[in-house]
Design a protein around this ligand. Structure first.
Ligand code: MRU
Length: 346
């Protein structure tokens, strides 16, 4: 295998029974493709963020479930699904994709493995199509030459090919519309510094990296005309759960009168969860704060660490939610439901 970027972030290697992903923990220093073949490897890759970002996690889980069931047998589907579902708690795309896979097997009892294969590829293809559409809709909200602030990584590396929050920027590139992008570094795992800066630079986008605590200053100076963020789960009322730090960015954006746009496929909307308080927030190990990325430990041994991986932005801070179906505006309980109804009727 000759690893070259850009390539699909998640892929199925049918011939070798493998899930192929980019090891995102090594970026930007090393670009390595991993070829994973066991259930333990699939679960570990999601847990340790080798593959990450809500849509990419969903696609990886779907492909992983197909490969594991093919290898271990259909009678173990429930156990395999549970193992994959336990890998991370917040991104609803994971559970959505696993449910779709299970339904596909149940609906095709005569050839369930074929059905799982087809469904995994359908989930991948839908992701590519949805992100393209998000890019098109999102671009209508932006002015040529604007400064755009983004948090974490909701780009190609977080989906299969185009990303969500970065999709309007890529759509702009194709049409000769350009932006000046400010990428928050995104403590503690530095998805902004390591991943967003990497993929935007590779695409030739004007990119400036800032520390998370510089957001207020950058907004105050008028360098940013719009904020674009992704999401791991959007509640029915439009509360948006995304990478830790997003809610602070949204509050600052509102203070300075800068629109805060959330870009996500409809599979990220969890209509079963009424509001943000019902969204489970992943907590990760304290070593991500005190050690990882530092040459030597930078906090006293034994200090207590609180490391929530996500936070919830209240819907009143959100200017609009962009999905593959279009742009939803407040009040979101109504606009998201309307969007869903139109989607079901299609
Ligand atoms: O912990 P991560 O890196 O998986 O968190 C990713 C994010 O918070 C993204 O913004 C979100 O999943 C949307 S990705 C299109």
């Amino acid at each position: 295998m000759n690893p070259v970027w850009p390539c699909d972030t998640v892929a199925l290697d049918e011939e070798n029974g493998a899930l192929v992903i980019i090891d995102q923990t090594l970026l930007p220093g090393e670009f390595t493709l991993l070829s994973l073949t066991t259930l333990d490897e699939f679960v570990d890759a999601i847990k340790t963020l080798k593959v990450r970002g809500a849509p990419a996690i969903g696609v990886a889980a779907a492909m992983g479930l197909y490969l594991a069931v093919k290898k271990l047998g259909l009678e173990r589907l429930t156990e395999i699904k549970a193992a994959l579902a336990a890998s991370r708690p917040t991104a609803v795309n994971l559970f959505w994709a696993l449910d779709r896979m299970e339904q596909a097997a149940l609906a095709h009892k005569e050839a369930p493995i074929d059905a799982l294969y087809r469904e995994a590829l359908r989930i991948r293809d839908e992701d590519i199509k949805s992100c393209r559409a998000i890019g098109r809709h999102g671009l209508t909200l932006l002015q040529d030459g604007s400064g755009i602030l983004t948090h974490c990584n909701a780009g190609s590396l977080a989906a299969v090919r185009y990303g969500t929050a970065l999709a309007p920027i890529y759509a702009g590139l194709e049409q000769g519309v350009s932006f000046k992008v400010y990428a928050d570094e995104t403590r503690p795992l530095l998805q902004g510094a390591r991943l967003t800066a990497f993929e935007l630079q590779a695409a030739g986008v004007d990119t400036t990296l800032i520390c998370d605590n510089m957001v207020s200053h950058v907004l105050q100076k008028g360098l940013v005309q719009a904020v674009l963020a992704g999401s791991d789960r959007i509640a029915a009322n439009g509360d948006v759960c995304n990478k830790i730090g997003t809610s602070g960015v949204a509050i600052l954006a509102k203070h300075y009168g800068v629109p805060f746009y959330v870009c996500a496929p409809s599979s990220t909307i969890d209509f079963e969860t009424e509001n943000g308080a019902g969204i489970p927030i992943e907590e990760r190990g304290g070593d991500e704060v005190t050690e990882l990325w530092y040459h030597t430990r930078m906090a006293p041994a034994g200090v207590k660490v609180f490391n929530p991986a996500f936070d919830v932005t209240p819907n009143e801070m959100v200017t609009a939610i962009v999905t593959e179906h279009g742009v939803a505006r407040p009040p979101f309980t109504q606009s998201l439901t309307k969007m869903r109804r139109r989607d079901i009727l299609k």
